[in-house]
Design a protein around this ligand. Structure first.
Ligand code: ASP
Length: 244
């Protein structure tokens, strides 16, 4: 129900490599959704023909709704501005692969923390580890939602929020950059005001630790300069490969 490149193709590739098959419905405009069929009826239809359903949908809670009506497993591949749990799994897999540890990690998440569902899920998942320290760097209008902050607080973990990426870059093990989610804004003037607030470039990376990783769920727009793609700390293409 929403655009997808990496998530949809990595799920398909993974299932095919496991020896399974896929019924791809990547464009619901050609399905009965256009005729007004509800999400419950759509999943009750598709589960007649498949053993598991991977769902991306613009509404928060859509995967939970689908799971309520379906007897077969539903995998949440993104529910609007809510969550992206499988991205979080590949993200912690990547951090482990790159840095060998999650406990004691200091991670800065940068950009659109309000509408960026990947950082919601990643924060909730990382909150299960010991002594993880979170730094949330966002424009004033795009802070991390309070329900996500509550999860960290409930685990007794530390976090702080700032607008200044320069002040934090030298201390972090992971710099996790996100795209400002234009499609979630109702006021495009607001989007224009904040869209380029953070740009990770060679100058910024020169202050980062030698052993750290720069991550991004992709797609990127201008928030990471192409000039640092070959920096060994730039892990976003390895991260993307880990999706499968
Ligand atoms: N691909 C990610 C998502 O679907 C991140 C993004 O779109 O910026 O949430």
């Amino acid at each position: 129900y929403e655009p997808s490149t990496r998530t949809s193709s990595s799920f398909m590739a993974a299932m095919l490599r496991l020896g399974g098959q896929v019924i791809p419905i990547n464009n619901v405009q050609y399905s009965s959704v256009t005729k007004g069929e509800s999400l419950p009826d759509t999943v009750r239809t598709l589960e007649c023909y498949a053993d598991v359903i991977v769902l991306r949908h613009p509404e928060v809670g859509a995967a939970a709704t689908a799971a309520h009506y379906a007897a077969k497993p539903i995998i949440n591949a993104g529910d609007g501005v809510g969550e992206h749990p499988t991205q979080a799994l590949l993200d912690i897999f990547t951090i482990l692969q790159e840095l060998d540890h999650l406990d004691g990690l200091r991670i800065a998440m940068v950009g659109d923390l309000k509408y960026g569902r990947t950082v919601h899920s990643l924060t909730k998942l990382l909150a299960n580890y010991t002594n993880v320290e979170f730094v949330f760097v966002s424009p004033d209008i795009l802070p991390m939602p309070t329900d996500v902050l509550q999860v960290i607080q409930d685990k007794g973990l530390a976090f702080h929020a700032t607008q200044d990426v320069h002040a934090v870059v030298k201390d972090v093990d992971v710099l996790y950059v996100t795209r400002v989610q234009k499609e979630r804004f109702t006021d495009l003037a607001e989007y224009d005001r904040v869209k380029d607030q953070y740009v990770v470039d060679e100058a910024l990376m020169s202050h980062a630790k030698e052993r750290m990783v720069l991550m991004h769920p992709l797609p990127r727009l201008h928030e990471i300069s192409y000039a640092i793609d070959n920096d060994p700390r730039a892990a976003y293409f390895r991260q993307m490969r880990n999706g499968m």
